[in-house]
Design a protein around this ligand. Structure first.
Ligand SMILES: [Zn+2]
Ligand SMILES: [Zn+2]
Length: 376
């Protein structure tokens, strides 16, 4: 049976007695449907829900076969449980005693809906024109070193399936109407009876989309999709690393016939910087200093991502020494605040003036430190 039947009172939904005639059922439905139709209540979620309920109730009660099954389920439920499950009076699921057996429990017991469906010969295969889930898509985006550090709002070009530009993905020719399917009440699924059982399967009237389209869009033939290039806006978070993949939910290929869209995976490529290197959230920078600066000590100006910072080089600094400037690295949206790692490199002049040469020779005469003693 339909998994919802046990909790639903279709007579109550339509406001009619159990003994109502087919004509009375129809009259009640028409009146309620008019009042609660989504077209008459645009944007009203409650009315839409109510309309679905009404349509579902009508779909069941207007079909003499289904109504008979439903009445049977109601009576069994009212009499205190499902002792008579499977048409065996008083037999069935002893373990459940007098408790009501929920349909979900039965499905668990018997191996799921699919299993039951197979058992009775109707598979869960969707009709070819039913709604399908859009595929996930992958694209790549190259951003500058600075944008990776600070984060950036930008857009990517995506090539491939997109929502139809003529019908905006509705699948309906502009100007033609799209209505909630009355057979399934927009749920896309209907109860299929098989003896006492009934199972959900895609609605034959709307092919499981839950909507009825008056005239199919001529551009996409009702699928709501077409192949084209489109732009997707995205926010790249501060501190993103080269090779990171951002997943944009619902920005992949659109679903066909009203199915849900897939996701878009954007692989981030970070262009290298001329000035900086990067280790996680730390920035690295190499700064040349002269022999005299290294020997005597100095203060030098070092670039950061925003402005310069003064760094003290103590007297006697060897070439290759790294100084850490706290908090001047990358400030990621999540994670540790990075530092700036300044590595000094003693630069040797390629050419010297006469005066420099004279001074260096004089200096050499005064040098006393045996710097290669450890090699002997
Ligand atoms: Zn279209
Ligand atoms: Zn339908």
């Amino acid at each position: 049976m339909n998994r919802d039947w046990l909790d639903k009172d279709f007579y109550d939904v339509l406001g009619i007695p159990e003994a109502a005639t087919a004509e009375e059922v129809k009259k009640a439905y028409r009146k309620l449907a008019q009042t609660h139709h989504p077209d008459a209540n645009p944007g009203d979620q409650a009315a839409e829900e109510r309309f679905k309920e009404i349509s579902e109730a009508y779909a069941t009660l207007s079909d003499p076969e289904q109504r008979k099954e439903y009445d049977q389920v109601r009576r069994l439920a009212a009499s205190g449980g499902f002792g008579g499950f499977g048409g065996q009076p008083g037999g069935g699921f002893g373990g459940f005693g007098g408790q009501q057996v929920r349909v979900e429990d039965l499905e668990d017991l018997l191996g799921g809906v699919g299993g039951l469906g197979d058992l009775f010969g109707f598979g869960s295969q969707r009709s070819r024109s039913g709604p399908t889930h859009g595929a996930d898509m992958v694209t790549e985006l190259t951003i500058s070193f600075e944008d990776a550090a600070f984060g950036v709002t930008t857009q990517v070009n995506v090539e491939g399936e997109a929502s139809c530009s003529k019908c905006q993905g509705s699948g309906a020719e502009p100007g033609s109407s799209v209505t909630t399917c009355p057979t399934c009440g927009g749920r896309g699924m209907v109860a299929q009876n098989q003896g006492f059982f009934s199972f959900s399967q895609p609605c034959p009237q709307c092919n499981g989309s839950g909507r009825l389209i008056e005239q199919r869009c001529t551009q996409c033939r009702g699928t709501g999709t077409e192949k084209r290039r489109r732009q997707v806006k995205l926010r790249v978070p501060a501190g993103v690393k080269d090779g990171t993949t951002l997943r944009l939910a619902g920005k992949g290929a659109p679903g066909r016939f009203g199915g849900p869209p897939g996701d878009l995976m954007v692989r981030i490529r970070v262009a290298p910087s001329r000035t900086f290197g990067r280790k996680d959230n730390d920035l690295t920078v190499k700064v040349p200093i002269t022999y005299t600066e290294a020997a005597l000590g100095t203060r030098i100006e070092v670039p950061t991502l925003n402005g310069g910072v003064k760094v003290k080089i103590p007297a006697g600094t060897p070439s290759g020494k790294t100084f850490r400037v706290r908090g001047k690295g990358i400030s990621p949206e999540r994670g540790r605040q990075g530092d700036l790692l300044v590595t000094v490199q003693v630069a040797v002049p390629k050419k010297v003036t006469k005066e420099e040469k004279r001074l260096l020779e004089e200096l050499a005469e005064h040098e006393t430190e045996d710097i290669r003693s450890h090699l002997r």
